[in-house]
Write a protein that binds this ligand. Structure first.
Ligand SMILES: [Zn+2]
Length: 266
């Protein structure tokens, strides 16, 4: 087991802060479509509006006689066409600005971050970006925020969690490990922690994690490969992490070998 509490005189500190995430957004956006970027924050409402127009049209088809005429007077067909065109144009601008797609193509954490330091670490949650991405995944902002916190906390635990011998991952060796190892561990450990609870919010956050990785780069899906191809179980992942922390520059392939060794009871 790893613990973040005091053990053999060691105590590691993890701090958390919240930022909007403007620096990430500025770094990722090459688009000169400022309106499209701003409209991205309203995409869920625009999609809801288009679905509302569709439903009202089918309602109109089922109404005849006086009721149909009354609805036509309230909401004439031309008004519906104009509103639909307006919403579709806005949606096109958002697609062109492509902010969310650009964010998902990043090979690093963007909804939050973990900054390791010597015997300590700092987690930042980017609330503005979480609010931007949650509607695209069809999950609540709260569930996605919990997923991000769990993911970053898992980075902290793999770095600072103290094993039975009082050891942790030194800052230097942590910094040199491959991204497939880091993101594989963070998603494996956070998914396992979220799945271990019956709490409704944990289940929602786990759903957010699953939907998120479908859009992300391969290092974020590495944990699913461990589960599928290696049959990785929590004990084997913990044992592999303990050994990996004693190695220099752990690669994805080396970590997978460790998982296989421990899974077959080395
Ligand atoms: Zn990460």
């Amino acid at each position: 087991m790893f613990t973040l509490g005091a053990r053999r005189g060691s105590r590691h500190a993890i701090t958390v802060s919240f930022e909007r995430g403007d620096a990430i957004l500025e770094g990722v956006i090459k688009s000169d479509d400022a309106l499209g970027q701003v409209l991205s924050a309203y995409r869920d409402s625009i999609v809801d509006g288009l679905s509302c127009i569709d439903r009202l049209r089918s309602a109109r088809q089922s109404l005849d006689g006086e009721l149909g005429d009354e609805l036509d007077a309230l909401y004439p067909g031309e008004a519906s066409d104009e509103l639909e065109q307006f919403l579709r144009n806005m949606d096109k601008r958002i697609e062109r600005a492509g902010i969310v797609q650009r964010l998902f193509s990043l090979r690093s954490d963007f909804l939050g971050s973990y900054m390791p330091a010597a015997r300590s670490g700092h987690i930042t949650l980017h609330w503005g970006l979480i609010g931007l991405v949650a509607p695209r995944l069809g999950v609540s902002v709260e569930a996605l925020a919990l997923k991000v916190l769990a993911h970053e906390y898992a980075h902290a635990l793999s770095h600072l969690g103290i094993d039975a011998n009082g050891e942790h991952w030194t800052l230097d060796a942590y910094g040199q490990a491959d991204e497939f190892v880091h993101e594989g561990l963070a998603n494996y450990m956070s998914a396992a922690a979220l799945a271990a609870s019956d709490d409704w919010w944990f289940r929602e956050a786990l759903e957010a994690l699953k939907r998120m990785v479908e859009h992300q780069t391969p290092p974020y899906r590495e944990f699913q490969r461990w589960q599928r191809d290696v049959g990785a179980k929590p004990e084997a992942v913990r044992a592999a992490l303990r050994t990996a922390r004693t190695m220099d520059r752990v690669t994805g392939a080396q970590f997978e070998q460790l998982l296989q060794d421990y899974a077959s009871g080395r």
